[in-house]
Design a protein around this ligand. Sequence first.
Ligand SMILES: Cc1cc2nc3c(=O)[nH]c(=O)nc-3n(C[C@H](O)[C@H](O)[C@H](O)COP(=O)(O)OP(=O)(O)OC[C@H]3O[C@@H](n4cnc5c(N)ncnc54)[C@H](O)[C@@H]3O)c2cc1C
Length: 298
Amino acid sequence: MSLNILRNVKLADYTSWMIGGEAEYFCLPTTVPELQEALRYAKANQLPITVFGGGSNILISDHGIKGLTICLRRFSEITTEVKEDKIYINCLAGTAKSELLKAFLKNQLAPALFMAGLPGDVGGGVVMNAGVAEAFEPREFMELVDAIEVMTLEGEVKRLEKSKLTIRYRHTDGWQPHIVIRALISWPLVKDPTILQQVRDANKLRLSKQPLDMPSCGSVFKNPDGHKAAQLIDQCGLKGFRIGDAQVSLKHANFIVNLNQATAADTLAVIEHVKKKVYEDKGVSLTTEVVKLGQFNL
Ligand SMILES: Cc1cc2nc3c(=O)[nH]c(=O)nc-3n(C[C@H](O)[C@H](O)[C@H](O)COP(=O)(O)OP(=O)(O)OC[C@H]3O[C@@H](n4cnc5c(N)ncnc54)[C@H](O)[C@@H]3O)c2cc1C
């Protein structure tokens, strides 16, 4: 077998929060046949499957993940074609968004600005419909996507047109229960020579507003209708609130940072406290954007 299936792998090393227990079984497929091999292995050994990509929007349980965890961050390949008045980008799900940024920058196209500072991979961008608060165009990942390819749990590859997907704020449905393996992206070839400078300015602004020097998952809560989660949390005096090593960032109230040895339990306790306080003081229910993976209800 060419794919290496590992045992008891520490998943904190694969997440931007640097939190989480071990994967019982773990692999990092790099190609479609390797991913098919992983699925065959799981089926043969009756293992449940968990998939993630860049690990920048997940909270993994301290008790880890049972079954086979498939990390797609090495499942990466990108091709670009400029045809008539459009750019077409075809990329595997584990391609880093920074690779998309480079392709758009090279062609001086507006999505470079959207992509600047968005961590994680293309698959995570599709599933989470990653987006920005600024009035950029595009401002949501799925605005770029024409179609996706998925792999069924039997290893069959299928194309799904965008019209078959349900696209919402920070979430895409309609691809489940499969694995997203490829995104087919296009954008009009309208060049903007100032785009590089705009990307530099946006990066500077993010650096000044977000605690990018500390492990986090970005914004923990979705913005409720008509509100900004960060503003509500700040107004409740929660900046700096801490349990164990999980702390509401002093710089950006919608970030929870890992000060050193934060556990998933610490982080969840901070999340619950923030939700409770914001509901009591402001009457607004916060819901999380971050996705929990693994065994939480033991
Ligand atoms: C510093 C920082 C800033 C951030 N800023 C933003 C921001 O401005 N806007 C924003 O929207 N997000 C932001 N995020 C959150 C995160 O980067 C995005 O949601 C990103 O798109 C997640 O991609 P990922 O590859 O890391 O996904 P992961 O965290 O690996 O996975 C996220 C979810 O998608 C599922 N998944 C991933 N890949 C696949 C696949 N191929 N098939 C099926 N399921 C899959 C996982 O199971 C999980 O449920 C930020 C995060 C950080 C750390």
